[in-house]
Ligand binder design. Structure first.
Ligand SMILES: [Zn+2]
Length: 474
């Protein structure tokens, strides 16, 4: 089984006093964490035990019970507040993580020091010190929360004198059904409280890409060409027998560029007025937040559409090209920054599409980006002519929306041509690897379907340039 995790976030409605309670509880929790970090400092041997056993020992050293009447380091003497068992356990685990991180830093420092001194050099670096203050978010383990619904949850919070059940009103999406929720935490951001819930999902591990190609002669992939123009993504569903099933253009690039450029123009004007204003400056924080928000929104929107499209057509692999380097542009500040952000956006779309696809059991693969726009997807001739409507198709003009192949006279949308090339490249590579591993009789060669075996030859013909425009297989 494969598994995947994500975080569900929902806003908590503000109400009088809630922030105070939250602060009091978090402060108390972090005091308990600090107490247990000092316990770990006194007993570093606890690190050698596994988490479960260390937890048991830490409780034996600090927690007074009937069967453990005189612990060595009683927690109740250090902190007078009543500490619920689940909060104590959460704190012990958090303290272990914090101490472990310090401990490995310390060991690295010691090793460096010994190495230096062995060579007769003086070692100037100061040793790392154990952390003294903490800022952990309190996880609500079992027993610290109850009665969770779509619109509310009861959590235990500390008022300063006692623990109370507090009802939080939630405004947001319900927890998705097919995911297992973990312990929620409350996070404070810009003065507002949010409830974050880790989610986990198990699903059957999808077979490797090569195994899929070997097994299924009608395997479908969704190849995606990402662009800086209006069609942000051009997606083509391609079958292993060479048929193109359907293509979709995901648009909205022009609109996004215009909005982003307006905002970047504002930043530029502010910079001119006040000398240098950078991303962190207070005046511009709102503007940069807006710019980041529209980019983030767009990356989620486009990646979501890509995955939905692949799913709707039963594609089991997404294929992207590796993103090349950003070529610096000339022009005004807003223009250059806009280009840069559009380029970053491509990376984000790939990243988000990859995890969204994985959640659905869809793999992601990347191919060599070389000449995906210059080659003809039909006959392999290169370069094709790229031009705009009304222009003569004479030469390869980067960014031209249309293409015409001088060899086979095929014409069409240039981004569609690139998307096809990306998909073809995936199949060419997969069938080449398949044929190589069959020749080498290497171990781990997947069982090859007889029809897929015939496809090897066809795809290799394509690679040598003498490609067939369509694949005729019985
Ligand atoms: Zn051609």
């Amino acid at each position: 089984m494969a598994h995947t995790i994500k975080t569900h976030r929902t806003a908590i409605e503000a109400r009088p006093g809630l922030l105070n309670w939250y602060e009091t509880t978090t402060t108390l929790y972090n005091q308990v964490v600090a107490f247990y970090v000092s316990l770990y400092e006194a007993h570093p041997g606890l690190l050698n035990l596994n988490q479960q056993e260390a937890l048991r020992q830490a409780e034996r050293l600090t927690h007074r019970t009937r069967t453990n009447p005189s612990p060595l380091w009683p927690l109740e003497e250090a902190i007078s507040a009543d500490i619920p068992a689940m909060l104590r356990r959460a704190a012990i685990n958090a303290a272990r993580g914090a101490f472990q991180s310090f401990h490995s830093h310390y060991q690295r420092w010691q090793k460096n020091k010994t190495n230096f001194e062995a060579k007769g050099k003086r070692f100037h670096h100061r040793p790392p010190v154990p952390p003294r203050t903490f800022n952990f978010n309190l996880p609500f383990y079992q027993g610290m929360f109850k009665e969770r619904t779509v619109t509310s949850i009861m959590v235990r919070l500390y008022s300063g004198t006692s623990w109370q059940w507090v009802k939080l009103r939630l405004t947001g999406e319900p927890l998705p059904a097919e995911w297992n929720p973990g312990s929620p935490i409350i996070v404070r951001r810009r003065g507002r409280l949010r409830l974050h819930t880790p989610l986990e999902k198990q699903f059957p591990t999808p077979p490797k890409a090569l195994a899929q190609v070997a097994a299924d002669p009608q395997l479908r992939v969704c190849s995606v060409d990402l662009n800086l123009g209006d069609a942000v993504a051009v997606c083509t569903i391609l079958q292993a027998d060479g048929t193109e099933v359907v293509t979709r253009f995901i648009r909205g690039g022009k609109n996004l560029h215009a909005r982003r450029r307006r905002l970047l123009g504002k930043v530029a004007r502010k910079r001119r007025q006040s000398g240098i204003l950078t991303e962190g400056e207070a005046d511009n924080i709102k503007l940069w937040q807006k710019i980041r928000a529209i980019d983030e929104y767009e990356a989620h929107r486009v990646s979501q559409r890509i995955v939905e499209f692949a799913q709707a057509h039963r594609a089991t692999i997404l294929v992207f090209e590796h993103l090349g380097n950003l070529k610096p542009q000339k022009g005004r500040y807003s223009q250059r920054s806009n280009e840069k952000r559009a380029y970053w956006l491509k990376g984000k779309i790939v990243k988000y599409a990859r995890y969204k696809a994985w959640e659905q059991g869809i793999l992601t693969s990347r191919v060599n980006p070389r000449n995906t726009s210059r080659d003809c997807s039909d006959c392999g001739a290169s370069p094709v002519a790229r031009y705009a409507a009304g222009e003569a198709p004479l030469a390869y003009r980067p960014g031209g929306p249309l293409y015409l192949c001088p060899a086979c006279l095929k014409r069409g949308n240039a981004d569609h041509n690139a998307a096809l090339n990306i998909g073809f490249r995936f199949f060419q590579r997969a069938f080449r690897q398949l044929s190589e591993s069959l020749h080498a009789k290497a171990s781990g060669v997947p069982v090859v379907n007889p029809i897929a075996l015939q496809q090897i030859a066809v795809w290799q013909d394509r690679r040598s340039g003498s490609a067939l425009p369509s694949f005729s297989l019985a």
